[in-house]
Design a protein around this ligand. Structure first.
Ligand SMILES: [Zn+2]
Length: 206
C-alpha cells in the first residue's frame, strides 16, 4: 500500500511504501506529529527510512524511529553528524545525531516486494540529493529537486545550478506516471517536460 502524508507548514511531504518491507521516504521536521499519528492510526511498522537529501525539514523526524536510515553517499555523513549543511539551525535549536545512517549511490535498488525503488542521483539542491524511481507503479519521488511548476533552490550549502540543470535533463528522459515531490502536490509525469523552470533552463543551453 502507498501512503502520502502531505506536508504541514515547513515539514516535507512523507511517503510510506508498504510491501514485504516498509519504507518511509523523508520524515519532516521533529514537529511532524501528523506523521506519527498517521503511523499509529494505521498500525504501520516501518522497516527503514530513506532521506531524499540532508535538509532538516526532511530528516528531523528520523529521531523518533530506531531503524536504519539510508541517504546518498554525498549527504549521509551530514545526516549522521548533523552538519551545517542540514540547516538545522534554521529549523531547530536541538542538535541531534544519528547512528545507523547508510549510504546509497546511483542505480542502487531497494526491493520492497510490491515496490522496487531505484536511486537516481540528482545533485543541485544539495550534492547528495536523490530521486527515487518506483518502477512497478511508475512513480518518481523527487525530493526538493523538482516540484509542481518549479525546481529546488541551488543557493544553499553544496547547491549548484549547473548540477541542477544536468539533474533536470536526466529526469526529463525518464517517463513516469506521477511525480511525488518533497513539498506540495503531486503531478503527472508529463508535466516535468512543461515545467517553466525546466524549459527556460534547457533553452539557456541551446
Ligand atoms: Zn531541501
Amino acid at each position: 500500500m502507498f501512503h502520502f502524508i502531505q506536508s504541514l507548514g515547513i515539514d516535507s511531504n512523507c511517503y510510506i511504501l508498504e510491501g514485504d518491507k516498509t519504507a518511509l521516504i523523508d520524515t519532516g521536521t521533529h514537529q511532524n506529529y501528523r506523521l506519527y499519528d498517521y503511523i499509529d492510526e494505521n498500525d504501520l511498522e516501518i522497516d527503514f527510512i530513506i532521506n531524499t537529501h540532508c535538509h532538516y525539514d526532511h530528516i528531523g523526524g528520523n529521531k523518533f524511529f530506531q531503524i536504519p536510515i539510508y541517504a546518498h553517499e554525498y549527504d549521509y555523513l551530514d545526516i549522521q553528524n548533523f552538519s551545517e549543511k542540514t540547516l538545522f539551525r534554521i529549523f531547530s535549536k536541538d542538535f541531534d545525531s544519528f547512528s545507523n545512517v547508510n549510504s546509497l549511490k546511483e542505480n542502487d535498488e531497494i526491493d520492497l516486494g510490491q515496490y522496487l525503488l531505484k536511486i537516481i542521483h540528482t545533485p543541485g539542491h544539495t550534492s547528495g540529493s536523490i530521486c527515487l524511481l518506483e518502477e512497478n507503479k511508475s512513480y518518481l519521488f523527487s525530493g526538493d529537486t523538482v516540484f509542481k511548476g518549479s525546481v529546488g533552490r541551488y543557493d544553499l550549502p553544496s547547491g549548484n545550478l549547473e548540477e541542477l540543470k544536468e539533474s533536470l535533463k536526466k529526469l526529463c528522459k525518464i517517463k513516469v506516471k506521477e511525480v511525488f515531490p518533497g513539498h506540495g502536490e503531486s503531478f503527472p509525469g508529463k508535466e516535468l517536460l512543461f515545467n517553466n523552470y525546466m524549459v527556460s533552463l534547457m533553452e539557456e543551453n541551446i
